[in-house]
Design a protein around this ligand. Sequence first.
Ligand code: CMC
Length: 429
Amino acid sequence: MTRTVTITDNKTGRQLECPVSEGTYGPPVINTQSLYKELGMFTLDPGYATTASCRSAITYLDGEKGILLHRGYPIEQLAQNSTFLEVVYLLIHGELPTRQQMDEWDHSIKMHMMTHEHLARFYSAYRYDAHPMSIMAGVTSAIASYYHDRTDISDPDNRLITARRVVAKIPNVASKCYRYASGLPFVYPDNSRSYIENFMYMTFSWPTEDYEPPAVAIRALDLLFILHADHEQNASTSTVRLAGSSEANPFACVAAGITTLWGKSHGGANEAVIRMLEEIGNPSNVPKYVAKAKDKNDPFRLMGFGHRVYKNYDPRAIIIREACHDLLDEMNLNQPLFEIAMELERIALEDEYFIERKLYPNVDFYSGLIYQALRIPASMFTVMFALARSAGWIAQWMELMEDKDFRIGRPRQLYIGEKSRDYVPIGER
Ligand code: CMC
């Protein structure tokens, strides 16, 4: 028997039986598609806290148990055994590649890494001190213009080429964001290098010297990128899907995702964590800031704490925390901010306010510390996140384009404005 949920309007007595669908995991969903037609009502769910916006087979997360799966594979296993480029293949294609598929994938990404030479001029339109996220969003949107007429988004082959272009060109765009702000010349990709190494080479090499990124840094970045690659229907991914639903150019959709990620409630938290730790300044000041975070009259929140879905430790944060310890040990770095972070974590996790609300450190609490140890400036942290997440965005965009229920996204509203009234000429107001 099909499971249903009955909705009764106690004003009119009218009833609607809504079918319930079960996924592989996770809470079942009530299908309310006929609600307006049958009962003349919409649903209201601020922040979409209980609304499933799509069916998806890419990523699953269980916030109560702290589980994260990509195409069924636990994030811990991918972090331990895989590489970012292999995880991107998995997200886009649905299966892990064979050796031959991986070699072809790696080669095809290298072949798409260059950007049109004119694109480099676009950067110079930005002020010297522009935030790199602003530059990244603008330049990524500009890439749409190079492929617009030649991209048929209804063609699966064209979509796959687009996905490869996104994965290949975004590191190039991101590296130039950094170099423009630092006054350094742009660097072409070097196809003899791996994906992560190439990104580091384009970003950090000097024209006057040979450059070999430290192995420990390559490993740390590869891990961070794996952990950031996708996270189901978060704000930026939902933005990419909504933009994609209007059949907009996929690069423009990714640019919309970058813009949404920038905010400090989302990907911008990694930069905000470092700024907060700098402001705290010393482990002895931690109690004062914890008290501020708990004070309802103070807008201050502990950056890097809390998550809409995780009501348990973010599994990515557990992996990053360990990697952060290892990296600092291996590089023999004494990072004062790390000490403050550990003290903050200790005090907050013992505090009734945070325990009651299930506020745990999230992925952004530690990622900034790793980036800082790698000497990446704070304003670039969210760019790093966007680079990795663009893989998830384009995988989700591809899934959207193949969805049998594909139609433009168009939420409704509860109107609370003025009733209809007559226009008053300006002299009579
Ligand atoms: N510090 C202090 N109190 C907090 C915090 C925090 N970081 N986060 C949530 N709360 C409190 C909040 O005040 C509320 O308390 P009360 O019930 O007394 O009103 C309760 O916890 C629930 O918070 P909420 O705002 O309803 O939760 P949300 O699901 O809407 O917001 C969040 C989730 C991540 C935006 C929020 O926890 C936050 O602002 N965290 C800090 C920013 C951050 O670290 N963002 C990164 C998120 S993870 C990576 C990503 O998404 O990119």
